[in-house]
Design a protein around this ligand. Structure first.
Ligand code: SAH
Length: 252
């Protein structure tokens, strides 16, 4: 059986209990070495085989899975954050399906929520926005034109931009065009939850300069939107006059 497991954003204790248990029991671990902390491997049992997928192509990963499966071994495929976001797991799952190999997916804490926790902010503030957009700038993988950052910014939703800090100037240019101003708050969180985490907060006008002076060119979340710095309404959920399934509202 193959278990795709979300390792979480960095800190080794941010994997799920289920994920950790699987790591402890499995015979083979294939991990994305560029972003998954090697500390996770210390939980593996003796004799467990390790493969770093950073230096492997899709066929090689599938080969390891197939061989292990034939030998009746369990495999954990450890992905950074949550595997469903920029994880390239669909192609692995589709191949396993074709090969008739059983698999499951264990979710993980994505870096975009880890970044929100680092800056202690809520993406969905009442009367500000109720929507979160996860996106990226086009790189070697393209982005459909309708999803261009400038177009997305026009919604004024909260945004988490992955894989793009290297092109911070390009990100800022598109966001400014979309928002029609440079005043929108923006945060760059480098290596959220790792020991060397860095938080940079600014506006569209000054963030690029700050990011460059910190020399941040990878492993960062760019969070943007008014949720970072704004007035908002109190939530209805905890409003004493608001009734919901678990609580009767009071007018007193
Ligand atoms: N599946 C992962 C994302 C993989 S794509 C997840 O759910 O988080 C890799 C990108 O994720 C990086 O370029 C960066 O933008 C972001 N990222 C991953 N780990 C991060 C971390 N600890 N802090 C900030 N950004 C991170």
């Amino acid at each position: 059986m193959i278990h795709f497991v979300g390792a979480g954003p960095g800190n080794v204790d941010l994997i799920t209990v289920k994920g950790r248990k699987l790591l402890e029991e499995t015979d083979v671990i294939i991990y994305a070495g560029s972003l998954v902390s090697s500390e996770h491997l210390e939980f593996a049992k003796e004799g467990c085989e390790f493969y770093n997928s950073a230096s492997m192509n899709l066929d090689e990963v599938l080969e390891v899975m197939e061989r292990a499966n034939e030998d009746g071994k369990d495999v954990v495929r450890l992905h950074t954050g949550d595997p469903s976001i920029y994880g390239a797991i669909q192609e692995q799952m589709d191949n396993l399906e074709k090969m008739g190999i059983e698999y499951e997916v264990i979710p993980g804490v994505s870096s975009f929520v880890a970044a929100a926790s680092a800056i202690k902010r809520e993406f969905t503030l009442p009367d500000v926005t109720q929507t979160v957009i996860l996106t990226r700038l086009a790189g070697r993988t393209g982005v459909p034109e309708d999803e261009d950052l400038e177009n997305l910014a026009k919604h004024r939703a909260s945004m988490a931009i992955f894989l793009s800090v290297k092109s911070i100037d390009g990100v800022v240019a598109k966001l400014k065009a979309g928002y029609g101003s440079g005043k929108t708050p923006i945060a760059v969180v480098y290596k959220a939850t790792w020991e060397d985490q860095k938080i940079i907060i600014g506006t569209l006008d000054d963030i690029a300069e700050k990011v460059k002076s910190e020399k941040i060119i990878k492993t960062a979340q760019i969070l943007v939107g008014d949720f970072i710095d704004t007035e908002y309404s109190l939530s209805k959920l905890y409003d004493r006059s608001f009734t919901h399934e678990y609580r009767i509202g009071r007018d007193d």
